[in-house]
Write a protein that binds this ligand. Structure first.
Ligand code: PEP
Ligand code: MG
Length: 763
């Protein structure tokens, strides 16, 4: 064992460690300083006396997870950052069972859980003892060493005695930020800001999701029996998933299907099954085997910061937890609370797509998770179930207790915990108002958007997944003004080849029931990463090697997509637009590439579309200065105002500190947009706007005032924009806006909304 050079080690050589530690602990307790600094001193001292390279204290949180509170030897940055899920790893196991763990080769133990941020991979032996007070486990005290070593009974006794002192220290309330504080904060109203995963508003009561089963028996007495248990659990898992996928509350197709099918594929993976078998053959119980395979896969995947692999790990964790429940005789659904309230708001650190489906959808009002993103699989399933969901709600699990009232505002991305009566009544009003407003918009569904002075405005929706197509009919939109093809690439596990692409475009076309669709060529690169394509590290990805820039350098990608689109639209019309065009010459290049593919298909006599319209997205400001050249080369132009405005104002659209600093209704952008409208009229080339601004009634009003007659927006915005258009006189708005811009009005937004109010326009 590597020796630790310290005064304490010298003392240890001459006096029993237990006595030395106890004396020093008494001194530490008497010294000045806060609870945290005492814990820091304790770990430093214990490491020294016990000649351990590492000594750490983990304390238990209310949800059963363990937080690293103090360490000597592990990476200090991991303190208060590393959290082990309930029963995760050897430390979690020690807390869960309330028993010491003495492991000479911890890393090869089936329950070992790798945490790269701690830097603990170099330590082999581990001794962990629970910190217990009145029969309750408060945390875990751990020592670790480089060498493969079984700790002696004396070591164990010393560490246990130290743990008792630490327990005293904790219950005296000395550690300020532990449970006591959390307890207070859990009784107050709180708001947590997260990210919208699935839109809507929900009021209900918290149910905490607890997915894990603790494996108590790891080594097998009867390997043959364990193999049999494993086999029957795998069969039950697979048939359970088949049943789950057959739920009548899930639509028969849509993107959630792809997610669940991929999940089922995971369960049927031969490699996984083989690794489980091998683990059982090496002497583990079936449960121990699941835990080992899960932990070693997590170790591999965690080394990869790629969101794609993290998403895979979530699926995999979900699957392993499901297996453990089956092995423990708790069938899927049996881990659900017996009394699931009729207005359940599910709160979880993390949630797999299939886990969510275990809950009774009739009682599920909404979901809050600490991780997740809009593209995560659980978000796709939440949308398919039609429940609002919020992700990235950091710390939510620690802030709630089961039964707490909670409101999910998945319009703003906020979670209100234990809301005050006023807040509850405001949200109840909001829900009622939304329902009433929705009813009103539903009634407008079959009306065309025509202004009071007879100007027809085309209203389209933006979409990206097959699931979104259902909104086309619901919203009564004229068509799809922007189909973001990259989303299908992003949720796929492998690069979709020509046939698969063609098939999925065809599904979109079929689901649109004859309404027109503008497909957008792949806008990948930058922050839209495809897991199966090598990623280039860039300083400024938004203005980096993305979209058409990438496609022109790697024409294979673009050509495959064009062929797939030509195939899918055979006999009909293909409308395709190209993102991030920066010069008119680039558009000429794209057109040549496109024409080559079209020519190839026609020469071969393969089916092709009867009409083709090739357009450019205007989202890079340089194009504003060569509008004539641009309009001469395209069949249509669509303004991507999200990007155009971020580049025009040099303000990152994803950075809240600057994204809302500049107003799209200021004179500068409005003048620029007016030039584009005038140019499109001169060239008689159709123009549309498909950025977020088109979906906000006041901004849409301004666009119509500038002369825009076609806009595309999020499906949820169609109703309110249509109501605005029906109540508007376009020529009046045109002259008002013209007047405001030319007279140098400082606050056009305010002036315009005053005008709208006076004119009775619904904005
Ligand atoms: C835009 O930039 O306005 C746009 C519609 O494209 P995206 O939001 O996909 O970048
Ligand atoms: Mg864009």
């Amino acid at each position: 064992m590597q020796s630790r050079r310290s005064d304490e080690a010298d003392i240890a050589a001459s006096e029993p460690a237990l006595r030395v530690i106890m004396r020093r602990l008494r001194e530490i307790m008497g010294e000045a300083g806060d609870g945290q600094s005492r814990l820091d001193k304790i770990v430093r001292h214990v490491a020294g006396v016990m000649v351990a390279e590492v000594c750490s204290i983990y304390l238990k949180r209310r949800d059963g997870s363990l937080e690293l509170f103090a360490t000597e030897g592990l990476n200090p940055a991991a303190v208060h950052t590393t959290r082990l899920k309930r029963a995760e790893g050897l430390v979690g196991r020690c807390a869960e069972l309330g028993q010491p763990v003495n492991e000479p080769d911890a890393q090869h133990h089936p329950a070992f859980s790798y945490r790269p941020e701690t830097g603990e991979e170099v330590y082999h032996s581990l001794l962990a003892v629970p910190i217990v007070r009145s029969g309750q486990v408060l945390g875990v005290l751990v020592i670790q060493n480089h060498a493969f070593r079984e700790y002696s009974d004396d070591d164990l006794e010393t560490l246990q005695a130290t743990a008792m002192v630490v327990a005293e220290h904790l219950v005296s309330g000395a550690v300020a930020n532990a449970e006591a504080d959390a307890e207070i904060s859990r009784s107050l109203a709180a708001v947590i800001k997260g990210e919208v995963l699935s839109e809507g508003i929900a009021l209900g009561h918290v149910v905490l999701h607890e997915p894990r089963i603790v494996v108590t028996k790891l080594t097998a007495d009867d390997p043959v029996l364990e193999l049999r248990r494993l086999e029957s659990a795998i069969n039950e898992l697979r048939s359970g998933l088949d049943e789950l996928l057959g739920h009548e509350h899930l639509a028969s197709d849509g993107d959630h299907r792809d997610v669940l099918e991929a999940y089922r594929m995971f369960a049927n993976d031969r490699g996984w099954e083989r690794r489980l078998r091998e683990a059982v053959q090496s002497g583990l119980t079936a449960d121990g085997a699941v835990e080992r395979v899960q932990n070693s896969s997590r170790a591999r995947m965690l080394r990869n910061a790629d969101p794609y692999w993290q998403e895979r790990q979530r699926d995999f964790d979900d699957l392993s937890d499901r297996m453990l429940r089956i092995l423990a005789g708790r069938t899927a659904g049996a881990n659900m609370p017996l009394e699931m309230p009729a207005d359940t708001v599910l709160v979880a650190r993390t949630m797999g797509p299939a886990e969510l489906l275990d809950y009774d959808p009739a009682k599920l009002r909404g979901l809050i998770v600490e991780d997740g993103s809009a593209q995560s699989h659980v978000a796709v399933v939440a949308k398919a179930l039609g429940i609002p969901a919020i992700g990235q709600a950091i710390g939510v699990v620690d802030h709630v207790s089961p039964g707490d009232a909670a409101i999910i505002d998945a319009e703003t991305g906020e979670v209100h915990l234990r809301p005050l009566p006023d807040v509850i009544s405001a949200f109840s009003d909001k829900v009622r108002f939304r329902a009433r407003r929705q009813k009103k918009y539903d009634a407008l569904r079959n009306r065309k958007a025509v202004t009071k002075d007879g100007q027809r405005v085309e209203l389209n929706i933006n979409a990206g997944l097959l699931y979104d197509l259902s909104h086309l009919e619901e919203s009564g939109a004229d068509g799809i003004g922007l189909f973001r093809t990259e989303l299908q690439f992003m949720v796929s596990h492998t690069f979709p080849r020509l046939e698969r692409q063609a098939q999925s475009y065809k599904q979109v076309i079929d689901a649109a029931l004859g309404k027109p669709i503008v497909f957008r060529a792949l806008d990948i690169g930058g922050d839209k990463v495809l897991p199966y394509l090598r990623q280039v590290k860039e300083e400024n990805p938004a203005i980096g090697w993305r979209a058409i820039r990438m496609s022109l350098d790697r024409p294979g990608l673009f050509r495959t997509q064009v062929r797939a689109l030509l195939k899918a639209t055979a006999g009909g019309e293909l409308r395709l637009m190209v993102p991030m065009i920066t010069t008119a010459a680039e558009m000429v290049e794209v057109k040549e590439l496109f024409d080559r593919e079209l020519g190839h298909i026609r020469r071969k006599g393969m089916p092709s579309p009867e009409r083709v319209k090739l357009g450019a997205m205007l989202e890079v400001p340089s194009l504003l200065f060569e509008l004539d050249d641009l309009f001469k080369t395209v069949d249509f132009v669509s303004i991507g105002s999200n990007d155009l405005m971020q580049f025009m104002f040099a303000a990152d659209r994803t950075n809240a500190l600057v994204a809302s600093r500049y107003d799209v209704l200021a004179a500068a952008p409005l003048r620029a947009l007016k030039q584009v409208v005038d140019s499109s009229r001169r060239h008689n080339v159709p123009l549309t706007v498909c950025g977020e601004m088109a979906g906000r009634p006041l901004e849409a009003l301004a666009l119509i005032g500038l002369g825009v007659r076609s806009i595309s927006m999020a499906p949820a915005a169609v109703g309110s924009v249509k109501a605005m258009i029906l109540s508007l006189d376009a020529s009046e708005v045109e002259s008002e806006l013209d007047r405001l811009i030319s007279r140098g009005e400082k606050n056009i937004r305010k002036a315009l909304s005053r005008f709208a109010r006076k004119a009775g326009i619904e904005v």
